[in-house]
Ligand binder design. Structure first.
Ligand SMILES: [Zn+2]
Length: 502
């Protein structure tokens, strides 16, 4: 199949440019950036695109956003983004009806047999990021690419169709943020009508074009295939790993839209990874552990620290005192990349920001361990960290560099802790809590049976006395030894006396 151009066009340029020259304009725009290598695919890295949409506002890149999309009614005027002329009235709906069938017809476009392809295309970007895409059924038909989105009136991202250059060369073009509008070439009926792989030709085109719509320019690689390359390649489906990184640069990872858009920046808002069973592991970000930039079109487990303003908290639960190991691995991979027209050079997306990991106690405040021993591109590990008892603990990840870093976090139970006989509440240490349990069980039941004789009695208290303040050898610094004076008083008055907990 002959290669086809996919173009983005600059919305804010004082003069429109012809599509073949597009890459030069965007390259010039790029040079304003802080680091052309790190941001090769991103337009104006210091600018917050889509700070305001029809659905709300946000203050920084990495924050979530809601973007609505609508399909303009046929007959809507479609300017030519390349030269200031006009491509004529949109004929997208009639074109798609001709290619795919009209289904029941009518004004409810969600009933069209082709509608799901648009929904899936925007939805794919959404499930990979903090962006939420909502179909806006209204579109008032004002001239395409000239007006902003308004709820109930038109989408933030308006999709039109017009004859651009027929069955060759350009497939579509898209305006950069905060315009975001898309034009598909209705002269490419054969190409877009290809049903292979759930109409991947059309979906990849929509996904590529919308990549421009939220702020990506073309990228070229000679080691991997990427969605945002200038020529379409339908051998893969949708965004690849570097494009996951790119969309998360703008909108954060999918957890950033949790908690009503507050994200997971505090322990109280932590993303719950669930319970770690003995001998098992919980984790997040594993879909980024791939040998190249290729990712499955159904993979969704990608997380990142987007910039210095981002903190990610995770909660995890253990059912008893235990030891865990934690590994925080930066992801993204190494590949060659360049801006459009440039010569691709090696780029290490795994070595963008130096991440650190902190584990907090069940209160979400007390630090149990923190590790930042390595720099960019190298994993941080914690081995044999003791958790003093059952409960929900927290892991926090931050970055030291003001750019996005994909990562994978793995938490594994290394050892179950063997409890001392008088550790009646199995929290990893023998203390006044255990004494209180013994007091309650004295002569009543076997809850405080330290010597295994089936009762809770004075002999069990003697075991508690011998073990108080002790911990198993591999529990670190969690126990609080009782003062000896308190123990002596207990001996005199047990079981009626209890030390006050400190
Ligand atoms: Zn393009």
């Amino acid at each position: 199949m002959e290669p086809r151009w996919l173009c983005g066009t600059e919305t804010d340029a004082p003069m429109f440019i012809r599509r073949p020259l597009l890459g030069f304009l965007l390259t010039a725009t790029l040079s304003i950036g802080l680091s052309p290598v790190a941001f090769a695919f991103i337009i104006n890295p210091g600018v917050v695109h889509w700070a305001t949409t029809a659905s709300g506002s946000r203050t920084a890149n990495g924050d979530p956003a809601t973007l609505t999309w609508s399909i303009v009614p046929d007959g809507t005027s479609v300017p030519d983004g390349s030269n200031g002329g006009n491509l004529g009235p949109s004929d997208l709906i009639a074109f798609l009806d001709g290619d795919f069938g009209a289904g029941p017809g009518g004004s409810d476009l969600t009933q069209r047999p082709w509608f799901h392809l648009f929904e899936e295309s925007f939805g794919r970007w959404g499930e990979l990021s903090g962006a939420t895409y909502v179909y806006e059924p209204a579109d008032d038909g004002l001239t395409h690419s000239t007006v902003s989105g308004v709820l109930g009136v038109r989408g933030d991202l308006r999709i039109a169709g017009a004859f651009i250059d027929g069955a060759s060369s350009t497939l579509a073009f898209n305006y950069l943020p905060d315009n975001g509008d898309m034009v598909l070439d209705t002269g490419d009926g054969t190409f877009f009508g290809n049903a292979t792989n759930n109409h991947r030709a059309l979906r990849d085109t929509i996904m590529h074009e919308h990549g421009h719509g939220f702020g990506l320019q073309h990228v070229e690689s000679n080691t991997d295939n990427l969605l945002m390359e200038p020529f379409i390649n339908t051998s893969f489906d949708g965004p690849q790993l570097d494009e996951v990184r790119a969309v998360q640069f703008y909108f954060g990872d999918a957890n950033e839209k949790s908690n009503g858009g507050l994200g997971n920046d505090t322990a109280a808002l932590a993303t719950d990874l669930g319970t770690i069973a003995l001998g098992s592991m919980v984790g997040v970000g594993s879909d980024a552990d791939v040998p190249s930039q290729f990712i499955s079109p159904t993979a969704t487990d990608f997380v990142s620290i987007t910039n210095l303003g981002d903190t990610d908290f995770y909660a995890f639960t253990v059912s008893q005192a235990t030891q865990i190991s934690a590994t925080l691995t930066p992801r993204g991979g190494q590949f060659n990349q360049a801006s459009e027209g440039g010569t691709p050079t090696p780029f290490d997306a795994s070595a963008r920001s130096d991440l650190s990991l902190t584990i907090f106690d069940t209160n979400g405040i007390s630090v149990l361990a923190s590790v930042d021993q390595t720099g960019q591109g190298v994993a941080e590990t914690l081995a044999g960290l003791s958790l003093p008892g059952a409960g929900q603990y927290f892991a926090r990840i931050v970055g030291a560099d003001d750019t996005i870093q994909l990562y994978e976090l793995e938490l594994t139970i290394a050892n179950a802790i063997t409890f001392l006989e008088a550790d009646f509440n199995t929290d990893g240490n023998v203390d006044d809590q255990d004494l209180a349990i013994w007091q309650a069980a004295f002569g009543v039941n076997a809850t405080a049976d330290a010597n295994g004789d089936g009762t809770s009695d004075g002999a069990d208290f003697l075991v508690w006395q011998q073990q108080v303040g002790s911990t198993p050898p591999f529990v670190s610094s969690q126990s609080v030894p009782e003062p000896s004076s308190c123990i002596l008083l207990i001996l005199a008055a047990a079981p009626l006396f209890a030390c006050r907990r400190r």
